[in-house]
Design a binder for this molecule. Structure first.
Ligand SMILES: O=P(O)(O)OC[C@H]1O[C@H](OP(=O)(O)OP(=O)(O)O)[C@H](O)[C@@H]1O
Ligand SMILES: Nc1ncnc2[nH]cnc12
Length: 172
């Protein structure tokens, strides 16, 4: 598959934040092509799908940027999936591993809304998987998952047979 034109605005940084990690930095993309990136994420879902979605859930911190942009574009609510110790009235938390470490995510109680989970990038799928599990644990229905960049070599991630949709697929 041809590389999406927005891929040229990613900066590939070797050995960050740890030796051996090739970090895909979205900073140039955010600075010059934010609207185009939100539009490309939006097109990953059909009009019918958007009509059936209640909220966008962003995974702290880079996921917040895209979930908030899409929430505004589609006039939907925004839900925070936060790192530990930041949210009051936490309903549940979950520990997970990611490409360069481990962490935990926390959420407040859900209300049965249908949510789409958003992040900037999927590497091992640890963060997205934990967030999806947590959404269901606190009482949301996961209607979809999406990110800007999929590091395809690092994951074959599925949550309950649901793929993570992505704008840019980086093969290596
Ligand atoms: O698929 P995975 O192996 O889980 O890696 C992907 C996650 O790693 C990064 O988050 P990070 O925890 O570095 O937080 P940040 O968004 O605050 O930079 C990125 O934003 C994803 O959430
Ligand atoms: N290689 C990578 N680049 C940017 N963010 C990441 N999060 C996890 N792995 C990453």
């Amino acid at each position: 598959m041809a590389l999406h034109p927005l891929a040229q605005y990613l900066d590939q940084v070797p050995d960050f934040p740890k030796p051996g990690i090739l970090f895909s930095d979205i900073s140039p993309l955010l600075k010059s092509h934010f609207n185009e990136t939100i539009d490309a994420l939006s097109e990953l879902f059909s009009e019918e799908e958007w009509a059936s979605i209640d909220c966008l859930a962003g995974i702290e911190s880079r996921g917040f940027i895209f979930a908030a942009g899409l929430a505004y574009k589609h006039n939907k609510g925004f839900i925070k999936v936060r790192k530990p110790g930041k949210l009051p009235n936490v309903c549940a938390s979950i520990a997970y591993g990611l490409e360069y470490g481990s962490d935990a995510l926390e959420m407040q109680k859900g209300d049965g809304s249908r949510v789409v989970l958003l992040d900037d990038l999927i590497a091992t799928g640890g963060s997205m998987g934990a967030a999806a599990e947590l959404c269901e644990k606190v009482g949301y229905e996961v209607a979809g998952m999406a990110c800007v960049v999929d590091l395809v070599a690092l994951n074959q991630f599925r949550y309950k047979d649901m793929p993570v949709r992505s704008v840019i697929q980086l093969e290596d």
